[in-house]
Design a protein around this ligand. Structure first.
Ligand SMILES: [Zn+2]
Ligand SMILES: [Zn+2]
Length: 640
């Protein structure tokens, strides 16, 4: 337990203690610390609601004020059972009812393991600890909400009330935390997305499927243009591939059927489907026939891998196999087939294939969340095929790209995680010497970034080491965004090769990388990061001209046409509203530049500029303003 978790778990004891002072019959189950707080599960006829919180918190505050020491006591199993029978565990005194959940917990403690009590004041709990020295160390706490939960998470067990709270080592830290939560609510991308009309999710289309509205699509297009420009500089080639591929591709890659829980089901070929339906084939059989492979397929894959990766149980008579398609869960196999479509010499390498490739994953509906957890998303994906000697410089190039992306967007607070293999685990394929080289390459590349990085053994993908960028947003929340992964496995599985300087065939190394991760998730994070105030290059509407009266409507339209001609996203508000309400509307729409024009501006060929960040800037020559906004867009400046 961390220090903070210890404070929070200790507060759970204080909560139980307080509840017993009010409802002595309460029975308690588990009270662990959780992310952002703690809970305690309680069984009580009274239904606890937020209206009860004040009363409970008052008792908790009294217990904290008493600075009751937490005292540890080792007892025998028999003593523990005796106390449980008397209702003393998670109790204040012996009670007519046994501590039924605690008695059950005792039966789950392995024989020979130490059983401990912790007491504070009159309250005794069965607990392994640790706790703070005394109750006063819980300097700040608050009850937050109540939910219901089955004992041990099993719906056959009684339903309990789960009381949630949080605690901090100081009042200031707690106040900061709740202020941050408030701010996070204001910045919620689902809320801002709706207010500004950036994207839409429609039940008729499907949950977790993002409809990019014109404004959101503008942001996405700008992000794509930005990445495409950087990729061109780094010598990538753009490719396009379809949204589906034959099942066999994913059987070869190993993504099917092993990850089928997170994929949409396979789509059988229509003529085969008709045939098997007429034969009376059921769903279960159809699934088995889609998932199986021929003996030839199994043997050749096993031979290439040098071990049994397709078990004999998956082999079926080829006449019974069904063929079909999958919505692609990843882009790698398609890119591999582009690489394999022509012979390569070592002189062609590295080959860098990039695509904004849309993939589909099955997420449980409870997991879906706005743009950040979806069922269809577009990766800013690329696959690099290189020689072993090129891995280090290619990984470094990928990291530079992610760094450029994050810096341009003002996400300068990030750390880098280098996922290495766990030397004691055998789930990592490939040869150890190759791994050592690749890991050193990743470490060296990470070190050149000039940002803190941590090495995390056991966090590699099974096919090679990887590097993740973990970005802290303005609220201090961490998001895992860009990733770079080195892969020795897929090239072998797909039998890739190039001709080396020695004239012999060699297996290339693959690197998978995506600086944004997915455009959906990244845009969701960006909306929250900027709180909807996008920098001018990303803003769906970059400038809005507000004529003070109808007399200057023509001048306003002329200016809009001129800006549009230069690629600036400008509009004019020609409504009959007063200037004040036009300004308010433009502010609500978060337009970076509001431009007021009246007869005076028209006569002088000027524009009165109001920048969202700098406020009123007065009248300047129209040409000068257009030049300025053009350069801000071109340079992707963050402030306007
Ligand atoms: Zn405890
Ligand atoms: Zn990939």
């Amino acid at each position: 337990m961390t220090e903070l978790e210890t404070i929070r778990h200790s507060c759970a004891h204080i909560l139980a203690n307080a509840i017993l002072r009010i409802w002595p019959e309460a029975q308690f189950a588990a009270g662990p610390p959780v992310e952002n707080g703690f809970y305690y599960d309680v069984d009580l006829p009274h239904r606890i609601s937020p209206e009860d919180f004040e009363r409970i918190e008052k008792e908790m505050a009294a217990i904290i004020a008493e600075a009751q020491p937490f005292q540890r006591e080792v007892i025998s199993r028999d003593e523990a059972l005796f106390m449980g029978e008397r209702g003393e565990l998670a109790g204040l005194t012996p009670r007519p009812e046994a501590s039924k959940f605690k008695l059950d917990i005792i039966t789950r403690i392995p024989e020979g393991e130490e059983i401990t009590l912790y007491r504070n004041g009159a309250f005794t709990d069965l607990c392994a600890g640790p706790h703070v020295a005394d109750t006063s160390k819980v300097a700040a706490f608050r009850l937050t909400h109540v939910a219901s939960a089955f004992y041990q998470g099993d719906e056959k067990n009684p339903q309990l009330q789960r009381i949630y709270g949080t605690a901090f080592p100081s009042l200031e830290e707690m106040e900061n935390w709740f202020a941050m939560l408030e701010e996070a609510k204001k910045r919620d991308h689902r809320k801002i997305g709706k207010e500004q009309g950036l994207f839409h999710i429609d039940d008729a289309v499907g949950q977790g499927l993002i409809l990019w509205t014109p404004k959101g699509a503008t942001i996405r297009q700008e992000l794509q243009n930005f990445i495409s420009g950087e990729l061109a500089k780094q010598g990538y080639s753009q490719v396009f591939t379809p949204h589906i591929g034959k099942i066999g591709l994913y059987k070869t890659s190993g993504h099917f059927p092993y990850y089928k829980e997170s994929q949409f089901p396979a789509i059988p070929e229509p003529d085969q489907l008709e045939r098997i339906a007429s034969e009376g084939c059921g769903c279960a059989e159809m699934t088995a026939r889609l998932e199986a492979v021929s003996e030839l397929f199994a043997n050749s894959l096993n031979e290439r891998a040098g071990k049994e990766i397709v078990s004999p149980e998956r082999v079926m008579d080829p006449t019974r196999l069904l063929d079909g398609f999958m919505l692609k869960p990843m882009n790698c196999p398609h890119h591999i087939k582009i690489f394999a479509s022509q012979p390569h010499s070592y002189r062609d390498l590295p080959v860098r294939l990039a695509e904004f490739g849309t993939v589909y994953r099955w997420e449980q509906s409870g997991e879906l969340n706005g743009m950040t957890r979806v069922r269809g998303f577009t990766q800013d994906d690329a696959h690099l095929f290189c020689t072993e000697e090129q891995v280090a410089s290619e990984v470094q190039g990928c990291l530079e790209l992610v760094k450029k992306v994050l810096t341009t967007l003002g996400m300068s607070d990030y750390r880098v995680r280098v996922g290495l293999r766990d030397p004691d685990s055998n789930k990592f394929t490939g040869n150890p010497a190759q791994w050592d080289l690749a890991e050193q390459a990743c470490r060296d590349a990470a070190a050149t970034l000039g940002v803190p990085f941590s090495e995390e053994p056991g966090e590699a993908a099974f096919y090679g080491p990887k590097i993740d960028f973990v970005v802290k947003d303005v609220l201090g929340r961490e998001w895992q965004l860009g990733t770079v992964q080195v892969d020795y496995v897929l090239p072998v599985r797909f039998d890739l090769s190039y001709t080396g300087a020695d004239g012999k065939p060699h297996v290339p190394v693959m690197i998978h990388r995506a600086p944004f991760g997915s455009l959906e998730r990244f845009t969701g994070v960006l909306i929250e990061h900027f709180a909807g105030d996008f920098p001018v290059w990303l803003a769906p509407e970059q400038a809005r001209i507000l004529p003070v009266s109808e007399k200057v409507a023509e001048y306003a339209q002329k200016m809009v046409a001129e800006m549009k001609g230069k690629g600036i996203r400008a509009t004019a508000d020609l409504s009959p509203e007063k200037l004040g309400s036009k300004i308010r509307l433009a502010q609500l729409d978060k337009v970076p530049y509001m431009i007021v024009v009246g007869p005076k501006e028209e006569a002088a060929g000027q524009l009165s500029i109001r920048s969202r960040q700098r406020g009123d800037e007065g009248a300047i020559a129209a040409d000068a303003f257009i030049q300025r906004i053009e350069s801000e867009i071109r340079d992707r400046t963050l402030t306007v």
